[in-house]
Every structure is written in C-alpha cells, then in structure tokens.
Design a protein around this ligand. Structure first.
Ligand code: G1P
Length: 288
C-alpha cells in the first residue's frame, strides 16, 4: 500500500521572478487556491495519508497555508461567514502534512533524499509542483500507484513532448518496443541535447519509487545544471531493480511556464459556476 508522498517545494522559482522573491512559487494562485493545494489534493484523492513537503528557508507561507488560522476563523465566525470558514478549515483535511527543510538547494535528487527518514522501508510517491494534472478519470498519481501495484517496481509518470522540448525534461529509453502505457525502461537521461534525445517520452513530474533509491541518492554526483539529479539516481537504480514508465492520462499544465499557468487559470475559471459566463464573454471579447 502506498500511503506516503513527497512534494519538493524548495526551489527558487526563478522563472516567476520578481514575484517569487517574496512569494513561494508554490503559492502562485489559480484564482483563489495556490497551485500546491492542487498537488496535495491529487495525493489525498489517490489514497495518500501522509505528505512530506520539502521546503526551504523562505517558504514559511506554505506552512501557514496548510495550518489552521484560529484568529481568522474566529473573525469569520463572529461575522457569520460560515461558508468562508468552511473553506479555510477544510484545506488539506484528508492527510497529515509534514515538513522538512532542505538546507541548501543542491537539486531535485538532494531534495528527495531529505525524505529518507519519513519514507522508511515502503515505496512512496513523488509529485512535483510545476506539473498539474486534471482529468475526469483517476488522478495522475493514483494511475501510477495502480501501475506500481501491477509491476511492484518503480514507475516514472511520462508524457509525450515535442522533440524540440526534450532538453527540458528527463527522457526515458524503453527496453523493448513500446506497447501499451506501462513499459520497462533500459535508461533515462536528464535534459539531453535535443539532437541526442533518445525518445519523446518525458518524465512528467510524477514518480512512484522504491526506497532503494535512497542508497543511490546518497552518493549521487552532480549532473545536468550542476545539480544532484533524481533522474541520474534512477538510472543507477536500474542496475539493481526494474524501472517502468507509465503514460499518464489527463491534461497537464506546466505551471512553471507562464502560458500554461494562464491557461490553467482560464480553465479553472471556466469550471467555476460563478465565473463561467462572464469569463467566457471576456475571452470572446479579447479574441476578436
Ligand atoms: C524535473 C526533473 C525532470 C522532469 C521535470 C518535469 O526537472 O528533473 O526529469 O522531466 O521535472 O517537470 P525541472 O523541471 O525541475 O528542471
């Protein structure tokens, strides 16, 4: 049973400077909810009961967001604002949220290594905050937990990207001919040069990993971008255990990318009954 998830949230958010100078990028709002809440809810909706957020020194606002705010609750109740009270009380109610600080930002692999004591001896999920998935079916990480249960090996959630974009991702190398959504891998490479990309199958920010990964993360040397890369440790893990990729179903937003971020806001706005009609009118007006 996979009950634990790790969400790295210690990055600098340089793509969204200057706002991320003082606002953690994970709190950038999709209208009235921060992006990280969608990621946390995806984990909760997938049966995860314990979530470790890996934060850094300037991310206390994330911890505050998932905490109760008794002063605000008292004020809302005294003004009979029960709906608003319910909204803030219910944030991330379905799971225990734990925190650890990554004291220096040495890369995604180093961030995940901070979760070793929390994870213990069980397989666990990793969800990256820049990748948001929505869809009518199962949540992305639930799909991958189901895939894990089938093969009992680590699974990397993948999306198909254009060749020109491969240099932004970890790219998978399938072992045999690719049939179906769940495929055994023989390799994975972090941010290859476009002309050297071995496939278009990119890691889309979701992983289910066995705890064996920690023995590789501990002595992982720096790789792409001079950072300790999770992908490089996964490649070494493949020498010991099977690793699979699984094509995630659902729409993905790369909310670290400004256009995708704006699209996410528009799509979520169109889902909200109180906004739909006026937002649609606005979009029509702007597109003339
Ligand atoms: C990270 C991973 C990369 C993955 C990507 C997905 O890169 O290192 O393998 O494909 O997330 O968003 P980052 O975007 O943090 O540079």
């Amino acid at each position: 049973m996979i009950k634990k998830a790790v969400i790295p949230a210690a990055g600098y958010g340089t793509r969204f400077l200057p706002i991320t100078k003082s606002l953690p990028k994970e709190l950038l709002p999709i209208i009235d909810h921060p992006t990280i809440e969608f990621i946390v809810n995806e984990a909760i909706d997938s049966g995860i009961t314990d979530i470790l957020l890996i934060v850094s020194s300037n991310k206390n606002a994330i911890i505050d967001y998932f905490d109760y705010n008794l002063e605000l609750e008292t004020i809302l109740l005294s003004k009979n604002k029960y709906e608003e009270y319910g909204i803030i009380r219910n944030i991330a109610q379905g799971a225990n949220i734990h925190y650890i600080r990554q004291r220096e930002q040495l890369g995604l692999g180093h961030a995940v290594l901070q979760a070793e004591a929390f994870v213990g001896n069980d397989p666990f999920a990793v969800l990256l905050g820049d990748d948001m998935y929505v869809g009518k079916g199962k949540p992305a990480i639930r799909q991958m937990i189901d895939a894990y249960n089938e093969v009992e090996s680590s699974v990397l959630g993948t999306i198909e990207v254009d060749y020109k974009d491969t240099s932004r991702y970890g790219i998978c190398i399938p072992k045999g001919e690719k049939k179906g959504k769940l495929v055994e891998l023989k390799g994975v490479v972090e941010k290859p040069k476009v002309e050297e990309a071995p496939s278009r199958s990119a890691i889309g920010g979701r992983y289910v990993l066995t705890p064996t990964i920690f023995s590789y993360l501990k002595n992982q040397e720096k790789g792409a971008g001079n950072e300790i890369q999770l992908t490089d440790a996964i490649l070494r893990l493949m020498g010991e255990e099977k690793v699979y990729s699984y094509d995630i179903e659902g729409k993905r937003y790369d909310v670290g990318n400004k256009i995708d971020y704006i699209e996410a806001i528009l799509d979520f706005g169109l889902e909200k009954e109180e906004l739909r009609e006026n937002l649609q009118k606005l979009i029509n007006k702007k597109s003339k």
